[in-house]
Design a protein around this ligand. Sequence first.
Ligand SMILES: Cc1cc2nc3c(=O)[nH]c(=O)nc-3n(C[C@H](O)[C@H](O)[C@H](O)COP(=O)(O)O)c2cc1C
Length: 217
Amino acid sequence: MTEQSPISASKLRARLRREGVDATALGDDPMAAFQSWHADWISTAPFDPMLVTLATVDDNGWPSVRAMDLVAADQGFVFFTHGFSPKARDLASSPKAGLCFVWPEIGRQVRVTGHVRTLSADEADAGFQALPNSIRNVARLTKQSEVLPDRTVLDGWMHRVPDPLEDEPGRPDGWIGYRLIPVEIEFWQQRPGDFQDRIQYRRDVASAAWRNQRLSP
Ligand SMILES: Cc1cc2nc3c(=O)[nH]c(=O)nc-3n(C[C@H](O)[C@H](O)[C@H](O)COP(=O)(O)O)c2cc1C
């Protein structure tokens, strides 16, 4: 079987820009639309296809953003982090967050707002086991965003000889998975003359049905 070669991002960008997007083409289910847009992005073999920016807010209303790796997009957006981190503290006190996917090579952006739920222990265990060894190792040894006196602490961790009994260590206490359940998703498509298409979906609280509307560029 021959390996599928990546689609040229610039050719795809030109086509998507020319065609534009409307709510009928996107359909009634914005998660399905996201999966389709994400598949377009992945087809161009980008350097980090799962990259997303996550925004949270702390107890005093201060926002903060950071790059994250999306792990799955199913009925929501799944990501993993350390339970001791500032973002986990934010999510414990204010379980609402924003995501922004930026795919400039194909002229697209997707913005998401929603409620964040902690994954079950089983889901989190499975997600943890699927991570690369190096990340599991760091998760086990460190407390993310803790202040360190200097780099020698990292050197110590890096040169630590692994205990053969810890070959397949389970998920550490502090490692958490989350699923962001969207209440709003906006699809942004670049268009000629910068008259971009923007289709925003909002979930109706009473009926849980999605409604969409077109926004001005
Ligand atoms: C490309 C990239 C991907 C990242 N993915 C993750 C991730 O999936 N989970 C995570 O906890 N941190 C990830 N990070 C690190 C975060 O950006 C951040 O530094 C860390 O989570 C601490 O954030 P906090 O102090 O706001 O809690 C990633 C950073 C980059 C640059």
